[in-house]
Design a protein around this ligand. Structure first.
Ligand SMILES: [Zn+2]
Length: 324
């Protein structure tokens, strides 16, 4: 391996587990290197902290809005970049009057009249990168790797042109290494399943939230008179108010499983977002699953999966691990 890339590889794979700042920082640098032309004339390439900050915000936005991933071992005091990102997300949700997740790349902060808070967030993240991250990333085991130069007052990173082109050439490899290390860290801080799939899904832009309509025929088996009842409030649900809800949030499971799906009123579903179900809900869901299994015919994949979920106690197990 090229010696410059070897240094990056070392820094990424051996950095400390305090939080994931070094992951967003290194990923942003590699991503910015992709924008540099192979024919570039200058010997030194200059990257601006503001541009790096926008990329860091993108990574944190997407991981947070879809999966609410925890980015440090200290649950009580989240890293400030996450606090900034979450504030921006909440402001966006408020403005939209909806908690529907959306990819960062698709948000137009100007037309949603959030340009001011967006610019402010970018500046604050740039500041954290300046204070805490940019110089720390170069240090490992009392050694400093001179992979770039910094002007922290001006908020600039200086890199040798050949080094930047090397980053670009090895970008696929480095993204894989960064995601691997990032996943390792997240697995230490998060109790939710499928972390590596979540990290990859965000990069590959294939987070699909399928329609849950195909579960209606199963769920309808519970209501012989055809009157569907809300799992949470117990009242009848009108046709246009019907919604299928993940009792253990989708952001946590990252999959649609019959054992975790119930009918509820539309409004209740959108209010709930990523909230943890109560123990009472969990107990009722276990009862519901047993009842549902009895009513289903034992000739489908869904039946087999529900049976396994009951036998293996998925509801309780996932709920307990979710509580941490
Ligand atoms: Zn209800």
């Amino acid at each position: 391996m090229n010696s410059y890339i070897k240094q990056w590889n070392n820094l990424i794979l051996n950095c400390s587990f305090d939080n994931t700042y070094k992951m967003v920082w290194s990923k942003a640098l590699v991503e910015l290197s992709l924008s540099v032309s192979d024919e570039v004339k200058d010997d030194t390439i200059v990257f601006d902290f503001i541009d790096l900050s926008k990329l860091c915000l993108k990574y944190y936005w997407n991981q947070t809005i879809y999966f609410d991933l925890v980015q440090s071992p200290n649950l009580k005091k989240p890293p400030e970049m996450i606090t900034y990102t979450k504030n921006l997300i909440y402001t966006y949700f408020n403005k939209k009057q909806s908690v529907q997740p959306i990819r960062f790349e698709k948000v137009d902060f100007n037309t949603t009249q959030l340009s001011e808070i967006y610019e402010g967030t970018v500046k604050k993240i740039a500041n954290t990168l300046k204070q805490d991250v940019c110089w720390r990333f170069k240090n490992l085991n009392r050694e400093t790797y001179e992979i770039y130069d910094l002007d922290r007052n001006e908020g600039k990173v200086f890199m040798n042109k050949n080094d930047v082109l090397m980053l670009k050439q090895y970008s696929d490899f480095l993204f894989t290494v960064i995601n691997y290390r990032w996943t390792q860290m997240l697995e230490g801080f998060n109790y939710s399943p499928r972390i590596s799939r979540k990290v990859r899904a965000i990069d590959e832009n294939n987070i699909k939230r399928a329609s849950l309509k195909k579960f209606h025929p199963h769920l309808d088996l519970l209501f012989e008179d055809g009157k569907r009842k809300c799992f949470y409030c117990g009242k009848n649900i009108a046709e246009k108010e019907i919604s299928v809800d993940h009792v253990i949030p989708w952001s946590y499971m990252f999959s649609d499983d019959l054992w975790n799906l119930v009918y509820c009123h539309k409004g209740e579903n959108s209010q709930k977002s990523n909230r943890l179900p109560t123990e009472e809900d969990i107990t009722r869901l276990e009862e519901r699953n047993k009842q549902l299994l009895q009513r289903m015919q034992n000739n489908s994949k869904d039946y087999d999966q529900l049976q396994i979920a009951i036998e293996k106690d998925y509801v309780k197990k996932f709920w307990i691990s979710f509580k941490g």
